[in-house]
Design a protein around this ligand. Structure first.
Ligand SMILES: [Fe+2]
Ligand SMILES: [Fe+2]
Length: 133
């Protein structure tokens, strides 16, 4: 599965789609920084930048779901919290002494792949529900 944004990830809500696309720009920057062996300060800065943007995105989705009394809100909140936890774990890691290849795998699997699956399943269901109302 491709680990970058493409049109198959569009859900039909322009705000949410725009934010998802922006999150993939952050992922790309993080992956590139990791592959080019940038230092701990650069990686931590990018992780913070990603974490802050994702927080904003998750709170906007959660507010939208609450507004529409979406029945899947709790499941979304749980998954959002679990993603925040993954970003925090990476932020707390000793990045200076981490193997760059290993770190790339973690970023690809734990963050990017997770996000793609979340968009395709939970976010798609949420947008479909809200659009049908
Ligand atoms: Fe989302
Ligand atoms: Fe979500």
């Amino acid at each position: 599965m491709a680990l970058h944004w493409d049109e198959t990830l569009l859900l039909g809500n322009s705000d949410i789609d725009g934010q998802h696309r922006e999150i993939f720009v952050h992922f790309e920057q993080l992956s590139q920084a990791c592959q080019s062996g940038q230092g701990e300060a650069a990686l931590k800065g990018l992780l913070k930048y990603l974490g802050d943007y994702v927080d904003l995105h998750f709170s906007q989705e959660e507010a939208l779901m609450a507004l529409h009394s979406y029945p899947g809100l709790l499941q979304q909140q749980e998954q959002h919290a679990s993603f925040r936890q993954k970003v925090m774990e990476l932020q707390e890691r000793d990045l200076a002494n981490s193997d760059a290849h290993q770190l790339s795998i973690i970023i690809n699997r734990r963050l990017i792949l997770w996000f793609i699956q979340h968009i395709r399943h939970l976010d798609q269901a949420m947008v479909t529900y809200i659009r049908a109302k």
